[in-house]
Design a protein around this ligand. Structure first.
Ligand code: CR1
Length: 690
């Protein structure tokens, strides 16, 4: 036993090295042990992939150790915990990130080379965990890294999709989607917690019962699915703090088909059990258009219900009174996707814990905060009342009740302004009566934030003006960021080495503001030369990749002009292509003698289109058609119909930050987070006119 006082626990946590040693011999032994016993290959005969698996398992051991210590530490300290609820996480690969954050990258590289392997080569064996669509999902991943690094007592909750974002295959210039069964070769990073499971209910009816003279609602479900936890450790950089991303998967429940077994329909009962797993099987690939699909709603409730049960279980282990709940629990809603959590918390507190409506609502209003990532009203989720009522009958009642009380209160504040009342109502009347999830989230949350200054102002002035006028204190701005650990240290090791050398410290890896220290050397010709070398070598790597992928040879002396992000009309890939066509035309019409003055360019456009988004798919085809024309330089083609979207639709944008921190120039409009970026880098580093 470590004793009970928290100071002792803290000391243990700081000093404890764990059982595993990180010297070269210990690492080699650990890797070989995993080759032999985990991967079950002979330690005298294994290939790169098996070596990667063993390596990953040895890293995982170290993560697990830290994660145990972290949990023990926080259990004893009992701080307020932050729970980040997100429907999507784009974690990508874990190996390099983990060993860098653990501070044992070099030790591993050395150990592997003693065994005749190269770290970089094995790292390439890892697949991507692509459990998300784009910016929102990568932001979740960056936030987990930051919370771990800043020693937060944080948890991330989400869904363990079996199929991540579809793989893009291009045939004849057209995008085709293929399933991303990322778990095919196993996932060494996760731990299945067979004992951390919760029943999640669907359908059925609500009945009123009498409990000690009080009326109380009992939900009798029509279907029960079990949620099982898969834990993914997230190590902080330069700290032992290792937090957990807990992802839920669907599992058949013993409760729901006993009936079928009893009536003898054995085969059907087994088939039915299998269906439960479908809940978490596939990620929806549309990042902005909302469709009222039942499966998606089921997924949302499934992960929300399991997470809330888990959070309340943890709270109750240490507390007997819900008065303390708001001091111990903060729930961050990442967009509207998890906002059913509000109704679920109310249901648990009212129907199961019997706190009474007012007390439950008071607690709910103290624990939730809400991040909005959308710019336009069409991007906001609306759930048809009929759909919600059939899938989650009790939640519909609760949302009606929340709305009734809210509208009554509102009438007292603003009078009988029916237009405004109907705009602010959580329920939207109309052809399809539906629940406005953003309104629900705003009504209950103590803070609401946009993701850049422009966006946050827009929320106050347009999208949620009525709410801002009612509750100005709720509205905040939290400009997005990306972690330099992923986007410089992992992705650009030579730039990382350069920065650390010139700053004389690695402290910038924790504290990104220290990068401004480089300004003092910006004019130093030695730094400039080293910087150019780093860029050149990276360009060579990219050129090799382009040739391997597409067969196109590109010049290293050309300027690389890159736009990589989801394909959307508002992101203006079309404008980019038209610009390319224009430049092509100019070159064609130029005197031969003038051509030497043109800066050669390699234009690179990358991104996936949602499978049902026709125009985005046509943009992909256009890209390929233009590329084929230009790369083979025949005559300039047909007339074009065009649609150029306007600025003002990007809530923040995070891709540009990743390029920027790797020394790229930015060609952008002062929209979204570009405004804050310019504040940091100076207007002279923004090109908004070419
Ligand atoms: C926004 O479009 C922003 C990210 C992260 C996106 C983008 O501008 O940088 O969120 N929204 O905040 C989104 O993916 C589903 O909505």
């Amino acid at each position: 036993s470590l004793g009970s006082d928290s100071a002792k626990a803290e000391r243990m946590f700081r000093l404890m090295d764990g059982f595993l040693k990180n010297d070269s011999i210990s690492l080699q032994q650990d890797i070989l042990r995993h080759v032999e016993y985990t991967v079950a290959r002979s330690r005298f005969n294994f290939d790169d992939f098996e070596a990667y698996q063993a390596l990953a398992h040895s890293v995982r051991d170290r993560l697990i150790e830290r994660s145990h210590d972290t949990q023990l530490y926080f259990k004893r300290k009992d701080p307020k915990r932050v729970y980040f609820l997100s429907f999507e996480y784009l974690m990508g690969r874990s190996l390099s990130n983990s060993v860098i954050n653990l501070g044992i990258r070099d030790q591993y590289a050395d150990a592997l080379s003693q065994l005749g392997f190269e770290f970089e080569v094995l790292a390439e064996q890892e697949g991507d965990a692509a459990l998300g669509n784009g910016g929102l999902a990568r932001l979740s991943a960056c936030q987990m890294d930051s919370m771990a690094t800043l020693d937060y007592p944080a948890w991330g909750y989400g869904l363990r999709y079996e199929y991540g974002l579809f793989r893009q295959v291009i045939l004849d210039g057209f995008q085709h989607e293929q399933p991303d069964f990322w778990l095919n070769f196993g996932n060494p990073w996760e731990t299945e917690r067979v004992h951390v499971t919760y029943p999640v209910k669907f359908y059925g009816v609500v009945e009123e019962e009498n409990l000690n003279g009080e009326k109380c609602n009992v939900w009798i479900p029509g279907e029960v699915v079990e949620a099982v936890a898969y834990d993914n450790p997230i190590p902080g950089y330069g700290t032992r703090n290792t937090i957990t991303l807990r992802l839920w998967a669907g599992k058949p429940s013993d409760q729901h088909d006993m009936e079928a077994y009893n009536t003898g329909d054995y085969i059907n009962a087994v088939v039915c059990r299998q269906k439960a797993e479908n809940i978490s099987s596939v990620l929806y690939p549309d990042d902005r258009s909302f469709q009222g699909k039942e499966l998606r709603l089921k997924q949302q409730y499934f992960f929300v219900s399991a997470s809330i049960q888990d959070i309340i279980r943890r709270f109750k282990e240490a507390h007997s009174n819900f008065d303390e709940f708001p001091e111990k629990v903060a729930l961050q809603l990442n967009d509207t996707h998890p906002s059913l959590a509000i109704a679920e918390v109310m249901r648990v507190l009212v129907d199961k814990e019997h706190l009474g409506w007012n007390k439950a609502w008071d607690i709910a209003c103290k624990i939730f905060s809400f991040t909005i990532h959308a710019v336009i009203a069409e991007g906001l989720e609306k759930i048809p009342v009929d759909l919600l009522g059939s899938l989650l009958p009790r939640h519909l009642q609760i949302i009606y009740e929340i709305n009734f009380k809210f509208v009554e209160e509102l009438k007292k504040r603003i009078g009988l302004d029916y237009n405004r009342l109907s705009r602010m109502s959580i329920i939207e009347e109309g052809a399809v009566k539906s629940i406005r999830m953003a309104n629900l989230a705003i009504v209950c949350s103590h803070t609401v934030n946009g993701v850049s200054k422009v966006h946050s102002e827009l929320l106050k002035a347009k999208l949620f003006k009525d709410f801002y006028e009612l509750w100005p204190q709720k509205f905040q701005c939290k400009t997005n960021g990306v972690t330099q650990r992923r986007w410089i240290v992992v992705s650009n090791p030579s730039l990382c080495a350069l920065i650390s050398k010139w700053l004389g410290t690695e402290a910038w890896i924790r504290d990104v503001d220290l990068l401004t220290g480089l300004r003092a050397y910006a004019a130093d010709p030695d730094l400039q030369q080293e910087w150019m070398m780093v860029k050149k070598v990276n360009k060579m790597r990219l050129a090799e990749y382009i040739e391997a992928m597409s067969g196109v040879k590109v010049s290293l002396d050309a300027m690389f002009d890159v736009q990589t992000k989801r394909i959307h009309e508002y992101k203006r890939q079309l404008l980019n292509i038209l610009g390319i066509i224009h430049r092509y035309d100019c070159i064609k019409n130029m005197e031969k003698s003038q051509r030497s003055k043109v800066v050669p360019r390699v234009c690179i456009i990358g991104g996936k289109a949602a499978p049902g988004y026709e125009i985005a798919k046509k943009i992909i085809k256009l890209c390929h058609a233009v590329a084929e024309k230009i790369n083979n330089d025949t005559d300039v083609g047909d007339l074009l119909k065009l649609h150029i979207s306007t600025a003002g639709h990007e809530a923040s944008g995070t891709g540009s930050m990743k390029f920027l921190m790797n020394g790229c120039l930015l060609l952008a409009t002062e929209d979204g987070s570009t405004v804050e970026i310019v504040e940091e880098i100076g207007a002279d580093n923004l090109i908004d006119d070419v």
